[in-house]
Ligand binder design. Structure first.
Ligand SMILES: [Zn+2]
Length: 203
């Protein structure tokens, strides 16, 4: 039972990282386009995602200083600072003043886990919206397929062609996989809705 839970936890972590990787890259491009400034020009979205990932792994500690991040990644301090500021502006990290082992005062950067959950939740919601739209489209539109060449047509299209494939002359048939696809899509939507509800209860 415990083992199962651990595996589930691992899968969740991997999913979170995949989500965040995509998110940071999108964020990066959005900021870059929005600001039209060279601030982010010497940094790649992969580097931004890397900094985030390293901080995420250290989320339970007091965080890392920009110097430590420099040592781990080999990136320049100015680059690291720009990435940290990008993450800070989007409330993905927080910082606190602290002392290093040698007694120097530094800023320590940490992942802001509560905001992170909100970010993930809003991404799940937008995926849910898309799936619902897709379901609506599939449900409203009967799809006709050509058994010879595999081309797909909506009902108005098939009707216009008098149910004869304009490409190859095959006789169009109602897509029987549609019901199965609809059922699968519905299951995915229900699971996601349950997940969102669970996430919201935990906030
Ligand atoms: Zn055909």
């Amino acid at each position: 039972m415990n083992g199962k839970k651990n595996i589930k936890g691992k899968v969740d972590e991997i999913e979170i990282m995949k989500e965040m990787d995509t998110f940071i890259k999108l964020l990066f491009y959005k900021e870059k386009a929005y600001k039209r400034s060279p601030i982010l020009s010497n940094i790649t979205p992969e580097e931004a995602a890397l900094i985030f990932r390293i901080l995420y792994e250290k989320a339970e500690t007091k965080g890392l200083s920009d110097e430590e991040l420099e040592q781990i990644t080999g990136m320049r301090e100015t680059q690291i600072r720009r990435i940290l500021l990008l993450l800070l502006e989007n409330k993905l990290v927080t910082y606190q003043r602290g002392r290093t082992k040698t007694g120097e005062t530094r800023f320590f950067w940490r992942i802001n886990k509560s905001t992170l959950n909100l970010v993930l939740l809003s991404r799940k919601k937008s995926v849910l919206e898309k799936l619902k739209n897709r379901y609506g489209f599939e449900e409203e539109n009967e799809i006709y397929v050509c058994p010879k060449c595999g081309a797909r047509y909506t009902f108005p299209e098939a009707f216009e062609y008098e149910f004869i494939c304009p490409r190859c002359g095959g006789e169009l048939e109602l897509d029987e996989d549609r019901e199965i696809n609809l059922r699968i899509l519905k299951k995915i939507i229900e699971n996601l809705q349950r997940e969102i509800k669970r996430d919201e209860a935990q906030l």
